[in-house]
Ligand binder design. Structure first.
Ligand code: ZN
Length: 549
């Protein structure tokens, strides 16, 4: 889900390098320079969740977590542009102020980081992680083993003018110390032992910038009802080198019911692997029954993750040492998904799905398709069957698009099989299929340059060729259930064989010819985009919104 941000960060590097070294200039007057800053790009959503099952202690604990998360938000402002208050002060236009808050600064994240407030130039590629007047050459000559650490700021020494490393826990001393003590206070209120242990270790981590032990503890806990992601996590905001992690926080309430369902389905995966529509050689591997996939309602986004486009799934931790030892946990953010479904997918469907089939676009289908996409990543084949090594290596830069395509179509295969077995009966299969189709439009709405976008176009064009859907004269699309089911099986087969053979040339040729948006589809997408359907969402969030305080 962070892929979009990667692209934005890459664009940022290209567009900003030209002006690199010149700090964003400020003037006293903060006016709108670009009237096209559009609040309507974002739909407002209240971030709510049911917390009635939590004890008073747990609710009190949540209040501490909100406070700690707010501190991450404040730190992120400084990393991205400046102290929030200093920046916001003097922006009088209410809408502009709101837009600046969504973007955590004066640069439009959904429009190539164009400055939208008078007096600001291009965004510095390295945000505020580095001195504004530092050149790449100067950084390369700077001799300090900690300069590439995720957790150091690069600053200029006041007296000597030379570069120096400042650890986050020193650079943001007051705020990290406050956050650490809040986590310790929260730990005392925590009822789940694993969560208590994690909070204490995370507090230590904030004070030392060594996150290893807390990451390990985070993966160890299983039964906690409340979860928290906090600290410097992702490195996309550092568009200069990608070395520096930005502060953020998510506060989460586990969806126990869905999480239990997922572990139930996980038991069937080895059996379903055997039923994949390919020859035995392509399905010899045994999938792990990944229990670290859980559903949550998120009640707070702070800092980096709250800027501009919102993620609806998290996969952490990023530390490869931890990943090797314990793997990762995938968190699906159900209420945020629902918000995007309501505000974006449904309006798109109203334009592009045939009138008769629109009723089959449902959130339950959207959510289960997304969940089984994640499950499907763990199935199929990881190593080629002909000595070409791991699929990832054999398919090189085409791997991501093919693997995302696999997860999508194999996810639908899993839904179908589990439904036919009578195990997954929560949704009508027709809903899953029509919603799946609507999801394609959502993914390619702004182009097909990302791995996800390409994967969706490969599938759209394959379905078209196989007659899985038809386009009516009114420019809406209707699926043919039986034909789509058959085409899905064939496409699953095609991708699994491609992966098992590790056939790079074939993957490349396929993406080059079929990974594109046709003229007709582009016209249909243009029609949608002219309707002013939001690109993303922003939140009204906090203790009051979930009924605390
Ligand atoms: Zn995926």
């Amino acid at each position: 889900m962070k892929k979009i941000n990667v692209i934005i960060a890459m664009i940022a590097v290209f567009t900003v390098f030209a002006g690199f070294g010149q700090k964003a200039k400020k003037t006293d007057k903060k006016d709108i320079i670009d009237k096209s800053y559009q609040m309507r790009k974002y739909a407002k959503v209240k971030l709510t969740a049911d917390i009635s099952h939590l004890s008073d202690n747990q609710k009190e604990m949540l209040m501490k977590l909100f406070e700690a998360a707010n501190l991450m938000d404040e730190i992120f402002w400084v990393e991205n542009v400046d102290e929030k208050d200093a920046f916001i002060l003097g922006i009088n236009n209410k809408k502009l102020k709101q837009y600046a808050e969504i973007n955590y600064g004066p640069w439009d994240e959904l429009n190539n980081l164009e400055p939208f407030i008078k007096g600001y130039g291009a965004k510095p590629a390295g945000a505020q992680f580095y001195p504004s007047d530092m050149t790449v050459e100067e950084f390369e000559k700077f001799d300090d083993p900690n300069k590439t650490s995720l957790y150091t700021l690069i600053r200029r020494n006041n007296e000597t003018g030379k570069l120096e490393c400042v650890w986050y826990h020193d650079g943001f001393k007051e705020r990290t110390e406050k956050a650490a003590s809040l986590l310790e206070e929260a730990a005392e209120l925590a009822e789940d032992e694993g969560f208590r242990n994690y909070l204490n270790l995370r507090a230590q981590a904030l004070l030392t910038d060594d996150y290893f032990a807390s990451d390990m503890a985070w993966l160890d806990m299983k039964d906690n009802l409340v979860d928290l992601v906090i600290g410097p996590i992702e490195n996309y905001t550092d568009g200069l080198f990608g070395y520096k992690a930005a502060h953020e926080s998510f506060i989460l309430i586990k969806d126990v019911e869905w999480s239990n369902k997922l572990s139930k389905y996980a038991k069937y995966l080895p059996q379903l692997q055997k039923e994949l529509p390919v020859e035995q050689a392509y399905k010899n591997e045994v999938p792990g029954s990944d229990a670290q996939l859980n559903a949550y309602d998120v009640i707070f986004y702070a800092g980096d993750c709250n800027m501009a486009g919102k993620t609806i799934a998290i996969n952490l931790p990023n530390d490869e040492r931890v990943q090797l030892e314990k793997g990762t946990r995938k968190l699906q953010l159900k209420n945020a998904m629902k918000a995007k479904f309501d505000k974006i997918l449904v309006p798109i469907s109203n334009e592009l799905i045939s009138k008769e089939q629109r009723k089959h676009v449902t959130f339950d289908a959207f959510f289960s398709n997304t969940m089984f996409h994640e499950v499907a990543h763990g199935m199929g084949i990881k190593n080629t069957i002909n000595g070409n090594g791991p699929v990832r290596k054999a398919l090189k830069e085409k791997y991501s698009a093919i693997e995302e395509g696999k997860a999508d179509i194999l996810g639908l295969f899993l839904v179908t099989k589990l439904n036919e077995m009578g195990v997954f009966t929560e949704t009508d299969l027709m809903d899953n299929y029509v919603t799946f189709m609507a999801g394609i439009f959502r993914s390619v709405r702004f182009g097909a340059s990302s791995a996800h976008g390409m994967a969706n176009m490969l599938r759209f064009n394959y379905f078209l060729e196989k007659g899985a859907f038809t386009r009516g004269d009114d420019g809406t699309y209707a699926i043919d259930f039986e034909m789509m089911k058959e085409a899905s099986n064939e496409l699953t087969r095609k991708i699994l064989i491609l992966q098992g053979d590790g056939d790079y040339e074939k993957a490349k040729a396929w993406i080059e010819t079929e990974g594109k948006i046709s003229e007709q589809l582009q016209e249909d997408l243009d029609r949608v985009n002219k309707k002013g359907i939001p690109s993303d969402i922003y939140f009204k969030q906090g203790p009051q919104i979930i009924g605390l305080k």
